[in-house]
Design a protein around this ligand. Structure first.
Ligand code: BGC
Length: 691
């Protein structure tokens, strides 16, 4: 397809129509057919509301989608097919763990495999474009949308971004069963002040480049088809109208070739944000900034022609946006293969993969006296409001998930044992507690993420009766449980883990699966510690108590709470034990270092260790984080087995964006830490010298 030639033959009205996305669910809204015939529909978002994340399910159907596509292809003058999109975030019919949980697996191969399954299921319902991955690094677990993210670390988010994009798109997303991905929300949305959704953000250029932009840059490098601009402003500038962010940085500096779609009704929102007086101005500002497609506002449709006739925009700028849209339609194969032709989907395989993903994601936080794994001869009573839950456990943003397919925590455990009917007869209480999906996701933030009093009382009551209490915590976000944690003998952080939650929980509880998930976010002691994250810049007086456990009143601390988290980033136990020793430098060549550490399984089970490598740039031209994750590897070790894990550190890992926005690697001392979480103490020093 010669896109330039195609553009030459189009009228301005047809061009503008391609930049317009409308919301539509076949069979619920009438009148779309005529709009398609008129050439006013470039894309359809298969959604009925702006809050699809927690909305009641409303299924889509490929035959109805094909019917609409036929109108576009056969009955319009330009014959350009429609790109059909939907929020396919962490599953379609088979629901996988929420993205935050998937990040806890630190298993990018499995994440990729999961998204391959998800893509096929979604494709078969007529979807060719998904609004994922969400790459908003977040340091605030009050923010409901943290569930959609990879957590607080940019390096982890970069790796997750590549895995999700490659799972959705493969090498060639024109193929059937593949989806075009969308990196969202570009950029900074995760910094919403106070964790209040849609709130303002205050991000310096230094922090933007070193933290928030990094996953987006990786997404562009991974050839993501589209990018969604974010609702938020950054330090007074709405992203939707920021030419600097959308054009200068994303398109020019990063080299993004696809198109930018606005977030839902975000073009018009420029009026609410107080930078535009009317809809016409909104259209002008967004298009000029680099928003190529207007999601559901119909503002481009209404005003671009007028703006053109008034000389406020040029036809070139319309053509540039159009070129991007058509380029992606071409890459998505729509010109050659516009209709969905269902591929073979093996639902049993998808369920198996979803279970594997759930197992790899769950984090064992506590296991006093090795109470876990349980034995089938234990007398067990199951309590807690999540034990029979089928919907919340799927998480937010599961538009097509089938709650009837959920394996509940109770059902999973019941496959191993028949729980006792009366708590009095039990030695062990499994408490399946958590939060509803309706307090997570979009427009659902919490002011207080401390563990609820009723959960603490329940655990305390059983503890006082002399029972062993095992917590299965089904939350979408970190819960601050300093006051409750002591009443649990063991804690499995099981997240909202999707369709297979119950099977994964049971296999972990009874030791068929050895837990190996690690926290992608810090778990604070109390809500009041937020923001609390592991990769903060060095403190002005002495290190923050996050790392310094000494009693030092000059540390960045509270009088009523320690400064350290309850569980740090990267933390996660196993039923076995891993010993880390002999950190060493293996080679130093041309500014490239190979460092290594020996990991030994010294416990009684085979298991997986997540070996993490952090650096600290000890002296730099600007303040650098006290630790930054630079590499990780999940390895399997049989009991008694020992392996050497090597990490390569070069300019990419040692460099950073300086105060002049340049990526630099500065000479000097770096400390490299290696081990099982952000607190790890095995270290070596390297001195970087330029060649
Ligand atoms: C959300 C996006 C989502 C879009 C379409 C917006 O409200 O912020 O993440 O993709 O709606 O449903």
């Amino acid at each position: 397809m010669n896109i330039k030639e195609l553009i030459k033959g189009m009228t301005v009205e047809e061009k503008i129509g391609q930049l317009n996305q409308v919301a539509y669910i076949p069979a619920t809204i009438d009148g779309i057919e005529d709009r398609i015939r008129e050439g006013k529909v470039g894309s359809i978002i298969l959604a009925q509301t702006a809050f699809a994340g927690n909305d009641s399910p409303c299924s889509v159907d490929y035959e109805k989608v094909n019917r609409l596509q036929r109108i576009a292809v056969e009955e319009t003058r330009s014959h350009i097919p429609i790109l059909f999109g939907r929020d396919v975030i962490h599953g379609h019919k088979t629901v996988f763990p929420i993205p935050l949980a998937m990040a806890a697996s630190f298993d990018t191969e499995l994440i990729k495999k999961s998204y391959e399954c998800i893509a096929k299921e979604a494709y078969n319902d007529g979807i060719k474009w998904t609004f994922a991955p969400m790459l908003d690094m977040s340091r605030d677990p009050r923010w409901g949308r943290i569930i959609e993210s990879a957590g607080e670390d940019p390096y982890l988010a970069q790796n997750v971004a590549r895995a999700v994009i490659s799972g959705f798109q493969g090498d060639d997303y024109s193929k059937r069963g593949r989806l075009c991905a969308c990196a969202k929300h570009y950029v900074g949305y995760g910094a919403s002040e106070g964790g209040r959704d849609y709130n303002r953000t205050e991000i310096s250029e230094y922090t933007l480049r070193n933290f928030y932009l990094r996953a987006f840059k990786s997404a562009v490098e991974a050839d993501v088809g589209t990018v969604m601009s974010a609702f938020n402003e950054i330090s007074g500038q709405p992203v939707t109208s920021s030419r600097y962010l959308l054009t200068d940085v994303l398109k020019e500096e990063f080299g993004f070739k696809g198109f930018v779609v606005s977030d839902w009704a975000a073009v018009k929102q420029l009026i609410d944000q107080g930078v535009a007086e009317n809809e016409k101005e909104c259209a002008q500002m967004s298009l000029k900034a680099g928003v190529d497609m207007d999601m559901v506002d119909d503002i481009y449709n209404k005003y671009l022609l007028k703006l053109l006739s008034e000389g406020k925009i040029t036809e070139e700028i319309i053509d540039e946006a159009l070129y991007r849209v058509l380029y992606i339609k071409e890459k998505a194969g729509l010109f050659d293969d516009p209709y969905t032709a269902p591929v073979n989907v093996d639902r049993a395989f998808n369920a198996k993969t979803a279970k594997e993903m759930a197992e790899e994601s769950m984090v064992l936080l506590k296991n006093e006296n090795n109470i876990l794994p349980l034995s089938v001869s234990d007398k067990i009573y199951i309590d807690g409001e999540m034990k029979d839950d089928t919907r919340s456990i799927l998480g937010s943003w599961t538009l097509d998930g089938i709650a009837e397919e959920t394996v509940t925590v109770f059902e999973g455990i019941n496959k191993y044992i028949t729980p006792v009917l009366n708590e009095k007869d039990a030695d062990i209480i499994i408490l399946a507690i958590g939060e509803s999906h309706t307090v997570t996701g979009e427009a659902h933030s919490l002011a207080d993420i401390d563990m609820k009093r009723e959960h603490i009382s329940l655990a305390k009551k059983y503890k006082a009766e002399g029972k062993k209490v095992v917590g299965v915590l089904n939350f979408g976000r970190p819960v601050a449980m300093e006051d409750g944690e002591k009443y649990f003998d063991a804690i499995i952080y099981a997240w909202h883990s999707g369709t297979q939650t119950g099977n994964a929980v049971a296999d972990i509880l009874f030791g068929k699966v050895n837990p190996c998930g690690h926290l992608p976010v810090t778990l604070p002691r109390k809500t009041g510690q937020i923001p609390l994250y592991y990769n903060f810049t060095k403190g002005s007086r002495t290190v923050n108590e996050y790392y310094d456990h000494a009693d030092n009143r000059f540390i960045n601390n509270y009088d009523d709470c320690k400064g350290s988290p309850l569980y740090p980033f990267g933390y996660g136990l196993s039923y076995t034990e891993f010993e880390y020793s002999n950190p060493r430098i293996l080679s130093e060549k041309n500014g490239e270092y190979v460092v290594g550490i020996t990991v030994k399984n010294t416990g009684k089970f085979d298991g997986k260790a997540l070996v993490q490598c952090y650096i600290c740039d000890e002296v730099a031209s600007s303040m650098r984080p006290i630790r930054e994750l630079k590499s990780f590897e999940k390895i399997f070790l049989k009991k008694g087995e020992e392996k050497e894990v090597l990490f390569k550190l070069g300019e990419k890992e040692l460099g950073f964006y300086n105060m002049d926005n340049e990526f630099v690697v500065e000479e000097g001392l770096f400390t490299v830490y290696m081990g099982g979480d952000a607190y790890c103490e095995n270290k070596v020093s390297v001195r970087y010298i330029k060649n």
